[in-house]
Design a protein around this ligand. Structure first.
Ligand SMILES: Nc1ncnc2c1ncn2[C@@H]1O[C@H](COP(=O)(O)OP(=O)(O)OP(=O)(O)O)[C@@H](O)[C@H]1O
Ligand SMILES: [Mg+2]
Length: 311
């Protein structure tokens, strides 16, 4: 459905040259949530704007439903809808219903079709009590819902959402996650960008991690998590081991000493290797005071990948 090949974009801004995107390629299909995950300045928005034809790339090819965006922008745009940063698809001084009518008309919708579409989306997004309110007076959560509702008016197969939960409170963010999943389950492709690992982990089927304009990793979200799902343990020893034992332990763990208290921070590929460590401790009968285990979360996975620590 969506094909991006060798995308490059360099901005020239008052003598400053910024290589925002340095050769990004990926493809995504209908029915999936595909996430662009990356820190600030990674090139996410530039990628999304290029797909929409709002930014003209220096190099690369973008196809939506087989249509070349650079050559046939108008035709390609009929297949896409988007909510960009700052909700530019909402007019703050218009009411909710005015916004829906206005942007529906812009997308070429009219008459009974537009009316029923608006009614459906207003119901679906719980906006019915707010139809007469100015968009600018809605809460941030409702503004974002309105923006997404507007983007769904034309019923396009591809929806692009740039940072869909930015600035939302926990409750609205949770609702937005459900909305995103629901849209994909209707068979649409949702391409979203975010720097929020938790959002990406919760909603995306596949993720492309980008940093400084380059793809660092791309896989099913589940696989990326699995790749780094080692168990991490914090082991506190009852007494200080001998220097020779400490030396042995160094190959297993990060050791921190605080007087007599020795703490081992260990990460294992598999939980069975912890028994090897126990064997070593047994040599000197070092008693263990406590063991805590924790799953490495997606945020750490992300940081590791971005820092290039995947091994
Ligand atoms: N119009 C522009 N002119 C000059 N530089 C730009 C322009 N737009 C983006 N950049 C620069 O290009 C790089 C990538 O920006 P982009 O907005 O694509 O990143 P992003 O991943 O969306 O970041 P964020 O998480 O902050 O939204 C950044 O260094 C940014 O400062
Ligand atoms: Mg951005």
């Amino acid at each position: 459905m969506l094909l991006v090949e060798g995308l490059r974009k360099t901005y020239r801004d008052k003598g400053r040259v910024v290589e925002a995107v340095k050769g990004i390629s990926f493809s995504a299909k209908e029915g999936e949530v595909f996430a662009l995950l990356g820190p600030n300045g990674a090139g996410k928005s530039t990628t999304i704007k290029s797909i929409l034809g709002l930014v003209i790339p220096d190099e690369g090819r973008i196809k939506v439903g087989g249509i070349d965006v650079l050559k046939h922008r108008k035709r390609a745009l009929r297949m896409m809808s988007a909510v960009l940063e700052g909700n530019r698809n909402v007019h703050w001084r218009m009411t909710v219903i005015e916004n829906m009518k206005y942007f529906g008309a812009i997308r070429g919708l009219s008459g009974r079709f537009l009316k029923s579409r608006i009614r459906n989306l207003i119901d679906r997004f719980g906006l019915s009590e707010h139809v007469k309110k100015l968009a600018g007076q809605l809460s941030r959560g409702y503004q974002q819902k309105l923006a997404v509702a507007i983007s769904l008016l034309p019923d396009t197969p591809v929806l692009l959402l740039d940072e869909p939960t930015l600035g939302l409170d926990v409750e609205s963010s949770r609702e937005m996650r459900k909305i995103i999943r629901d849209i994909a389950s209707e068979g649409k492709l949702v391409l979203l960008s975010s720097h929020d690992m938790n959002l990406v982990e919760a909603v995306s089927d596949r993720v492309m991690i980008i940093n400084k304009g380059k793809v660092v990793a791309m896989d099913k979200t589940e696989n990326l998590k699995e790749m780094f799902r080692r168990r991490a343990y914090k082991i506190v020893l009852e007494k200080k081991p001998t220097p020779s034992l400490l030396e042995k332990l160094k190959s297993f763990a990060k050791i921190s000493e605080n007087g007599e208290k020795v703490t081992l921070d260990v990460e294992f590929e598999s939980s069975s290797s912890i028994y090897d460590l126990f064997e070593i401790l047994k040599e000197e009968r070092v008693p263990i005071k406590s063991i805590e285990s924790e799953d490495i979360d997606f945020e750490e996975v992300f940081i590791k990948i971005v820092r290039g620590e995947r091994s």
